[in-house]
Design a binder for this molecule. Structure first.
Ligand code: SF4
Length: 608
């Protein structure tokens, strides 16, 4: 029997996973081949890449995972090579690293008749200890953001490696209250948090390695590290043979190392218990339904691969998971109801949830809309929001490539690198033609075309006219980044940024806007528009069909992920295909800004 690290992580989700996996393809009594292991581990790494590229709104990405994998594979490989090449700067001794699993150091241990197996990304040995370094294409931000607004629970030591404050023997209260430290540290111990996910991964690795060493009576001091992309690294734009060179810049390297020795130690008992559960699951191979829970990681990029089977108990539309803020559970006075407990007791649809536990006004409105089949519209708030809009109005949208490794000067790891903008000019209310009033720019290849893009955009958008976007934090952040990268356009880009108005403020709401217009706190925070078909989402793709016949269905490039993949494919395309794909990408982004016009126009007509 052989259990790889990736398999361990999945098998410990629930008994059903093990049985379904066995049914699907595995025979646990066969030794896993290195090819299978390699495939499994590579898949895991790439999925981690995807996690860094999209937030929870990126549900579509689950369906386009394979194209994603292909697109991102070269970047992941490069991250691993960079981590290996930089390691001797931080660690002494000899190294063994390779992006090929064949050449990596391996450990295995037999526990309860099960063979556990793992390979090490970077193996470092010196006279004092062994260092196990696991490379993850995530960023330091996930770890440095743990703490309060002034300090992180991690700090760089004199050797340039990040440590938990406790490991540096510092007085934690000099940095933050102990309670804050403990609360954030606890996130590392929860495998279902974004930072804890990687810690659990290393803890499983450690469990296998320690059992292996123990079985050989080897008593070595082993330390465990994560090697991740450094969020503070800003690329200076130096290239060699057309490839970016990631030199040390302002004391920062592209890769940072985080000591996770003490925190993974705290997880070992849990990992041991998980191994006991896995053993039981394998012995029983029981594929009957089990309760759904956070271990399914539903709609997460690392979701269980059997979600489609197990979550079919939920209705396609109006499920309990479509209630806004359902992750906080539901309440009747002091009595709390966990969402998964409700699902597991058969309350799977919105209408199954009794009114007495719908403690949030928003959820009560959602339910009313489903019951009546009608929209909820706060016409007064929408009218007041529309009054804020001035003309001519510039509808703006960016498409970006969130590259793990910075490609151009001024970028950091995972900078959302802008390669396209679309602009529709609505001269006066309701007057905007899909083609005649459209402008845009799409980078023709993977060279740095940001300056051309910025220049053209600045020419098109006057400094004193309103710019409409949908969900403003994304466009505002891109405008700010571009302003710092191109100082000659800084003033203009900040003026454009200051003129940004978010259409979502009118569809959904924005507390500060409506409070400034005289609404009470309660009124200001309640959404303005809701239709049962939105099913808890205010994304433009959900809102558009309510106001227009425009649709993304059938479009060759039909969502942001496909747009990113299409752009990534440019260098590989033959001329005819390139021309075709280029045009499809133009059409997609054009649709995004025209969709804003259509929604705005629809809202205006709705409240007339
Ligand atoms: S979806 Fe959830 S319940 Fe089903 S196999 Fe996966 S982890 Fe288990």
């Amino acid at each position: 029997m052989a259990i790889t690290k990736t398999k361990f992580i999945n098998y410990s989700r629930c008994p059903r996973y093990v049985a379904l996996d066995d049914l699907k393809k595995e025979k646990l009594d066969s030794m896993i081949s290195i090819e299978e292991y390699k495939k499994e581990e590579e898949m895991e790494h790439i999925i981690e890449l995807l996690c860094n590229m999209f937030d929870d709104n990126g549900n579509d990405l689950i369906d386009v995972k394979n194209e994603h994998l292909e697109t991102m594979m070269p970047y992941y490989n490069k991250v691993e090579i960079l981590a290996g090449e930089l390691a001797p700067k931080y660690f002494k001794g000899s190294f063994r690293f390779s992006k090929s699993t064949y050449n990596q150091e391996s450990f295995d241990a037999i526990i309860n008749n099960i063979r556990y197996l793992c390979y090490v990304d970077i193996y470092n040995k010196n006279e004092n200890n062994i260092n196990i370094i696991e490379v993850k294409a995530t960023t330091t931000k996930k770890y440095l953001d743990l703490g309060n607004k002034d300090n992180s629970i991690f700090k760089k030591g004199n050797d340039g490696i990040y440590y938990l404050l406790e490991d540096l023997n510092l007085n934690i209260e000099d940095f933050m209250p102990l309670k804050v430290y403990e609360r954030n540290r606890a996130k590392l111990l929860d495998r279902y948090t974004v930072s804890g996910h990687y810690i659990y991964d290393v803890a499983v690795q450690r469990f296998i390695i320690e059992n292996d060493l123990r079985s050989h009576n080897e008593n070595k001091n082993v330390k465990y590290y994560l090697a991740v992309l450094n969020s503070d690294y800003v690329f200076d734009g130096k290239y060699e043979n057309g490839e970016p060179i990631y030199n040390t810049i302002n004391g920062e390297d592209i890769i940072a190392y985080i000591d996770v020795t003490s925190i993974t130690k705290d997880l070992l008992d849990k990992v041991y218990l998980d191994s006991q559960r896995i053993k039981k699951y394998i012995d029983e191979l029981d594929g009957s339904r089990v309760n759904l829970g956070k271990y399914c990681e539903y709609k997460n990029t690392v979701s269980c691969k059997f979600c489609k089977i197990c979550f079919n108990v939920l209705p396609e539309k109006h499920s309990i998971l479509n209630y806004i803020d359902n992750h906080h559970g539901f309440k009747d006075g002091k009595l709390k109801y966990d969402t998964y407990d409700l699902i597991n007791s058969g309350k799977v649809g919105m209408l199954d949830i009794p009114d007495n536990i719908l403690n949030r006004e928003k959820n009560r409105i959602q339910k009313e809309c489903v019951v009546s089949g009608k929209s909820y519209i706060n016409k007064k708030k929408i009218r007041d929001g529309l009054k804020q809009i001035t003309y001519p109005l510039y509808h703006l949208d960016f498409e970006t490539f969130p590259c793990p490794l910075p490609r151009y000067k001024g970028e950091r790891p995972y900078t959302q690198s802008v390669f396209q903008f679309s602009l529709h000019v609505e001269e006066k209310p309701g007057k905007c033609d899909l083609e005649k009033n459209h402008y845009g720019y799409l980078a023709p290849d993977h060279l740095d075309h940001r300056l051309d893009l910025v220049k053209y955009m600045c020419e098109l958008i006057p400094s004193d006219k309103m710019v409409l976007v949908y969900n403003d934090s994304f466009e505002k952040t891109r405008l700010k980044e571009l302003a710092y990268i191109f100082p000659e356009y800084k003033d203009k880009l900040f003026k454009i940024r200051n003129n940004v108005f978010d259409l979502m403020n009118i569809v959904k709401t924005k507390s500060s806007l409506y409070e400034s217009l005289g609404y009470s706190k309660e009124e200001a925070k309640m959404f303005n528009y809701y239709h049962p078909d939105m099913d808890g989402s205010f994304s433009i793709k959900k809102v558009l069909p309510l106001f227009s016949n425009l649709t993304y269905k059938g479009m060759e490039v039909g969502n942001g992920v496909e747009a990113m993949i299409t752009y990534a494919s440019f260098p590989k395309l033959l001329p005819l295909d390139y021309k075709h794909k280029y045009q499809k990408l133009v059409e997609y982004c054009r649709q995004d800004t025209y969709a804003m016009f259509a929604v705005l126009d629809g809202l205006r007509k709705t409240v007339k």
